[in-house]
Design a protein around this ligand. Sequence first.
Ligand code: NI
Length: 167
Amino acid sequence: MAQLPIIYYPDPRLHTKAAKVDRVDASIRQLAADMAETMYAAPGVGLAATQVDRHIQLIVIDVSEDKSSLQTFINPEILAREGECEGEEGCLSVPGVYETVTRSAWVRVRALGLDGQPFELEASDLLAVCIQHEMDHLQGKVFVEYLSRLKQSRIKSKLTKHARVTA
Ligand code: NI
């Protein structure tokens, strides 16, 4: 396994729309394993392939305290959603920024697992929010795009300065 470099907002590659995975093969399983390692090391609770500059519909998530519930979603679709919840979100591609976003409180998702087989899952609370956040990445959307233009431009200039200092 290997850690992968994460790309940071406002990198335009984060706005790439991910293609569906045709076949769940060894290379997809390897990428999912590397993404999980990258997510745990960061540390974070979710990572989309978009964030490691691989533009396919693949997400890894683990919202558990003890890294015991790794879940992989390939070609995820939201079949149903209910309610609303507001929560503070962060993103591995937007370091140091935490802002409140409104999401559906409950979702039913269909995806393929690492075995290539379809499964359905009902999620609420943090897991539901995380699934929606990561699925946005696959559509080329970063959570800060839910914020006001003023906030977005402040975040952009803060992260651009940060990149200059650390580059
Ligand atoms: Ni994110």
